[in-house]
Ligand binder design. Structure first.
Ligand code: IPE
Ligand code: IPE
Ligand code: MG
Length: 253
């Protein structure tokens, strides 16, 4: 049911232009706690509703034909939260993969991850490995899950990797350039995000994709993550399509 033909209308300014879609959308899914607080519910209920929003957004991106969706699900700093909350987040991850894998697979989604996966609970690691393996030959949307991810630690990892290669003679210092560095990051092989969406109105990066966001268009929306869905996604894409991306240059015509 995911692939109903999308209503195409590139003439009206009110529609998403299907020929100018962002290739890669990155999302900082924020505001689950506040969503729950507003309803006098435990934070865990906010996270549970957040998973529903993720499900809708993955579906919408897949249907639209977006190439890559990177979602910030757990940061290296999120370990600072109470143990119970961390536990809920890890359980929800495992549950999400178990429940959704079949549908994701049927819809041609490729699952990949970025972050220090080895430090996640073993059950989550096992479920991730299984999901990655089962979907690796698919050809549709790449769903990139940022888990135990930190932008600074990603850069440090890349520096360590390149340094080792220099020391063992596999890499020449003179040949380390931006392209080579990008290809050493967790996002190896993926284009940089064109659009970054952060929900819940916060205007910060919180250690997300520090290198890759250099020229990304940023759309901050007020909705809390559990309230975000297909409609809000389309609005964010429309906002992106109104931007003038100059990449430091000027327009000559
Ligand atoms: C985002 O929602 C989910 C994660 C960080 C895992 P929050 O839990 O940060 O929600 P707020 O910001 O407290 O409302
Ligand atoms: C960013 O949200 C991390 C994720 C969405 C996973 P946080 O809620 O952790 O960020 P801060 O603490 O408000 O910067
Ligand atoms: Mg938050």
């Amino acid at each position: 049911m995911w692939f109903k033909p999308w209503k195409q209308n590139t003439e009206s300014t009110d529609q998403v232009a299907m020929d100018r879609l962002p290739r890669h959308i990155a999302i900082i899914m924020d505001g689950n706690g506040r969503w729950a607080q507003k309803r006098a519910l435990p934070r865990s209920m906010g996270h549970r509703s957040g998973v529903e929003a993720l499900r809708k957004v993955v579906k919408a991106c897949s249907k639209l034909g977006i190439e890559v969706l990177t979602v910030y699900a757990f940061s290296t700093e999120n370990w600072k939260r109470p143990k119970d909350e961390v536990g809920v987040l890890m359980t929800l991850l495992t549950e999400y993969l178990r429940k959704e894998l079949q549908e994701l697979h049927q819809n041609n989604v490729i699952i990949r991850t970025m972050g220090k996966i080895n430090d996640l609970p073993l059950e989550a690691q096992r479920e991730l490995a299984h999901s990655i393996k089962s979907t690796r030959d698919n050809t549709g949307l790449v769903l990139n899950l940022a888990l135990n991810y930190g932008g600074r630690s990603e850069i440090i990892d890349a520096v360590r990797k390149l340094s080792k290669e220099v020391l063992n003679g596999k890499q020449r210092i003179e040949e380390i350039d931006e392209h080579c560095f990008s290809e050493t990051l967790y996002t190896q092989g993926l284009p940089d995000p064109d659009l970054l969406i952060r929900t819940s109105g916060e205007m910060r990066l919180s250690n997300f994709l520090l290198w890759q966001l250099a020229y990304t268009e940023i759309v901050i929306v007020e909705e809390l993550w559990p309230d975000f869905g297909q409609k809000a996604l389309l609005e964010a894409i429309k906002a992106y399509q109104k931007r003038d991306r100059r990449f430091g240059g000027i327009h000559t015509s």
